[in-house]
Design a protein around this ligand. Sequence first.
Ligand code: ACO
Length: 325
Amino acid sequence: MKKVGIIGVGEYLPEKVLTNADLEKMVDTSDEWITTRTGIKKRHLAAKGQATSDLAIRAAKAALEDAGLKPEDIDLIIVATITADMPFPSVASIVQNALSARNAAAFDVSAACAGFVYALSIARQFISQGTYKHALVIGAEKLSSVTDWKDRNTCVLFGDGAGACVLGETKSGGIISTYLGCDGSNLGLLNIPAGGSRLPASHETVDNRMHYIKMQGNELFKIAVKTMTEAAQIVLKQAGLSFKDVDMVVPHQANSRIIMAVAKKLGLTEDKIYLNIDRCGNMSSASTVTALVEAVKEGKIKKGDRVLLDCFGAGLVWGACVIEW
Ligand code: ACO
C-alpha cells in the first residue's frame, strides 16, 4: 500500500460578504444572539448566477497550482457537495470539463458536513492501491441557494465557498487513519424535504417553502457533541496515537459552542483548534477543507505536524481523519 498525502491546497470564497448587521435588517435577530450562540460574525455569499461548480473550479485551480501539477496529471476528481448545480450531471463532471482534466474520472459525494472527509477517504483508497496517481478532492457549497432567508433559525448559520486538495503518493507521513459513520434513523433532524424523487418540485412544495434547509438545531447540537467526541477518539486509537500527539484539530464548523464542548470533553486547548466559522459560517462540505487550507496557508500546520479532522452533519453522518503533514 502506498502512503497518500495532501500535496497541494486551494480555496475560493466569493467576494460578497453578509454580516450579522445585514441579517438584523432581514429577520428578527441580533449580532449578539448570533455571535454568542454560534460564533459566526459574517459569511460569504455567491454572486447571482454563480453556481457551486464555479466556486469549486476556482478552488481546484488554486490547489493544482500549489501542487505544481497540470489538469492532465489528475486521474480522479471527487466533489463533496449537497448543493450541486443541478440534479445531474455531477459538479465533478462540470469541474473536469472546465479544467480540461481529460484523464480524470469524476463523481460527487453527498455526505453533507462530513462530505470532505468521506471524499478524502475514497480518494486515498484509489491512490494507495495504485489505481490512480493524483486525485483532486473538493468540498464546495452554495448553501445560500437552499437557505430560507425568512427563517431566523437557519438563515444566520450558512455560507458559500469551496476548498480543494490534491492527493498523491508521499514518502513520509500522509493520511494515517480515517473513520466514517452514519445513523440514518435521525435523518429528519436536518434535510431539504422537497426537490428530489420523494417530493418533486410542485406549486405546493414551493408555496410551503419545502426546498429549503429544515433543521432541529437543539437536538442536533447534543448528537454532534457526542458523535464528534467519539469519532475523534476512535480515529486516533486506530492510528495508535493519543491527543497529545495532535498538533492541530480542524473540525467541521457548524457552531463554535459545539467545537468547544468537544474540545473540553477531549481535554484539548483552544490553541490546538483551527476555526474559520467566525468569518465563513457553516459551509457544509466546504467547511473543513477551507479551514484546513487556511490553517496551512497561515503556517499553523507545518511539515511533520499531525492534524485531526473531525466532522458531523446531515444523514446523520460523521467522519474523522488523522494526517501527518
Ligand atoms: N436570532 C434570535 N433568536 C433566535 C434565532 C436567531 N437567529 N434563532 C433561534 N432563536 C431563538 C429561538 O426561537 C428560541 O427562542 P425561544 O426560546 O423563545 O423558543 C431560542 O432562540 C433558542 O433556540 P435554540 O434552537 O434552543 O438555540 P440553540 O442555542 O440550540 O442554538 C443553533 C441554535 C445555533 C442552531 C444550535 O442548536 C446548533 O448549532 N445546532 C447544531 C447544528 C448542527 O450541528 N448541524 C449539523 C451540521 S450542518 C449540515 O450538515 C448542513
